[in-house]
Write a new protein. Sequence first.
Length: 107
Amino acid sequence: MDIHLERKDMKRLTLEMLKQFIHECLGEPPALSEEVQDNTFSELGCDSLAILQLEARLSQEFGVHIPELLFQAMTPRAALAYVNQDDSESGSSSEKSIIDYQLHMGV
């Protein structure tokens, strides 16, 4: 039995799920209103440990890896788009996906 799922077959990250993950990493609920979804995780109060924990949680739950330095510059809105992109958007390798994301988002 093949345990590898294609991205289209995996669950999708929602804003509510992301809020819960951030809450677990920070120990307090984040204020992720529509206006602050475009602030970076660092600007939202996530230090490097919280970012590592959040990245590990997203990797575990969704099978994606986001490098810490990229994650620090990422916004919740961008993280949702990155995690939920399908293979046709990202290509087959994670390196290509990261480069494509950086070019697309101007990181």
